[in-house]
Write a protein that binds this ligand. Structure first.
Ligand code: SF4
Ligand code: FE
Length: 490
């Protein structure tokens, strides 16, 4: 079944998801003005799958059932599938200018699929078959799934079991013949409230002393004992203003991050995919992070496309579009953005099959991709702010532009004053100029900056996490040997 965006939104209403914001329970999260834009954003991943022009990117034949499914639920079967994943993400970024959240589940499916296969081979466990059954259900229902990895971590100098509070990493607190009980939390969970399910994975390589933390499982969003506390965003309460529109910059779409708490949650065995096999935690983390670092070479590039377009429009509306330095800045922004895309495509093109049969990206190139993503979007927004001009942060509210309060000696209103002094070049209306500058404000400093800037820095792992992987994969010894051979060193 391929859900439409509207069906997806309705399906969320059927869940009994427990959400808290500003210290209170949110009874109807689906229609909450601060949450709804992030739901609309996930809905785009459903609607695009029904658009014939995107069928090849958005849909694919399931390797498990042979049925047509949304690519967000797919196990990549080739390097071509990996490339199409990146292109799909660029497309979704272009349509929303936001984080559309559904990729974390897709990246978890592929990492858990291959890791469970190799775990079973060593231990004779049955995780892989269980996971395949679970994924068939996900594909059949076209669910959005949260891929939950990051633990709170407490004192970063200490291992999970050495923490003063043992719950600072999510762990198994009980095992019985029916399943396991887990306690802990996962931080900055992208789209967790908008997900039907959560796949929980360990956050780092575990040792034997930390084996109770080597756990992977899936639970529904409304499972007993699970709740979420909404992560607020810069300027988020603008969304609660009556008739909020222009001042939001991006009224329709947005991202979502929250804390997910597991308060002694029971998980039946058929939903458990790792239980104390600590020597496979590193593999799962590395593979999931690798896929998600590839993902950023698609989604952030799509958002970058919209930012470049917005900066070019701002230049048009300011009458500055013919200035050579403006043209050059747009070239620089394009160069940076396409470099990110090159990385996303390259690590996909170099993909290879895992033992389980699905395709894994090239780890070194995916880490280089994400390392660039921790830098280039910052330069892109710097250039966008440069082109936009200071008005992007000094302009009166949209209410002022419509105000009929008289202020001029001749009876002219606040609205008249705003229209007169914020007039655009002849190619645009004052309102269009307002709209594009507010869009840039939102993406550079407002609620969307969470998704384009800080998420680019820390999402899919902070810069240092990629540098560790680059150090591991960089083969410095091999490079020394090359230099020695040419320099004649024995
Ligand atoms: Fe998808 Fe990008 Fe959001 Fe990650 S940051 S969930 S890859 S849109
Ligand atoms: Fe992310």
């Amino acid at each position: 079944m391929l859900m439409t965006g509207a069906q997806y939104i309705e399906s969320l209403r059927k869940l009994n998801t427990r959400v808290y914001m500003f210290g209170e329970k949110v009874d109807n999260f689906v229609d909450h003005p601060m949450i709804r834009p992030s739901i609309n954003c996930v809905a785009v991943t459903y609607d695009l799958a029904h658009d014939p022009q995107y069928a090849d990117l958005m849909t694919v034949k399931s390797s498990l059932t042979g049925k047509t499914i949304n690519r967000f639920g797919h196990l990549h079967q080739s390097a071509d599938d990996l490339r199409k994943k990146v292109k799909m993400q660029r497309l979704c970024g272009q349509k929303t200018a936001s984080c559309f959240q559904r990729c974390v589940g897709m990246d978890a499916f592929n990492a858990v699929f291959s890791t469970t296969y190799e775990t079973d081979k060593k231990y004779g466990t049955e995780y892989h078959a269980r996971f395949k059954k679970y994924l068939e259900m996900v594909q059949e229902n076209d669910w959005t799934v949260d891929g939950a990895m990051t633990d709170p971590k407490g004192d970063r100098s200490k291992a999970p079991s050495a923490q003063e509070d043992k719950d600072l990493f999510l762990r198994i607190v009980e095992k019985n013949d029916k399943g396991i009980v887990v306690r802990g939390a996962k931080c900055h969970q992208t789209g967790c409230i908008n997900s039907h399910e959560h796949i929980v994975m360990p956050t780092q390589t575990m040792t034997e002393a930390d084996k109770e933390y080597a756990v992977c499982f899936a639970v529904p969003s409304d499972v007993e004992g699970l709740f979420m506390i909404y992560g607020r965003q810069s300027c988020d309460t603008r969304k609660k203003e009556p008739n909020a529109d222009i001042d939001l910059g991006n009224k329709e779409y947005g991202g979502q991050e929250a804390l997910v708490v597991f308060d002694n949650v029971f998980v039946p065995w058929e939903r458990v995919f790792m239980c104390e096999e600590y020597d496979f935690s590193g593999m799962l983390v590395e593979r999931f992070a690798g896929y998600h670092r590839q993902s950023y070479g698609g989604c952030k590039v799509g958002v970058g496309d919209v930012i470049i377009g917005a900066a070019a429009l701002a230049a048009d509306y300011n009458g500055a579009n013919k200035a050579s330095h403006v043209k050059d800045k747009l070239i620089e922004m394009t160069h940076l953005n396409e470099t990110l895309y090159c990385c996303g495509i390259a690590c996909s093109a170099e993909g290879y099959p895992t033992e389980a049969g699905n395709y894994q990206i090239d780890l070194l190139l995916a880490n280089v991709c994400k390392q660039n993503v921790t830098r280039f979007p910052y330069e892109i927004v710097r250039l966008a702010e440069d082109i936009a001009g200071g008005l992007m942060v000094t302009m009166p509210s949209a209410v002022d532009f419509k105000s009929d309060t008289p202020v001029l000696k001749d009876g002219g209103t606040i609205g008249d004053v705003c229209q007169k002094y914020f007039k655009a070049s002849p190619v645009a209306s004052t309102e269009d100029r307002q709209r594009i500058l507010r869009f840039l404000e939102n993406i550079c400093l407002g609620s969307s900056a969470v998704g384009y800037r800080t998420e680019s820095m820390h999402g899919a792992g902070s810069p240092q996490a990629q540098r560790i992987m680059i150090a591991r994969q960089g083969n410095i010894e091999g490079k020394k040997a090359l230099a020695k051979a040419i320099a004649g060193i024995k």
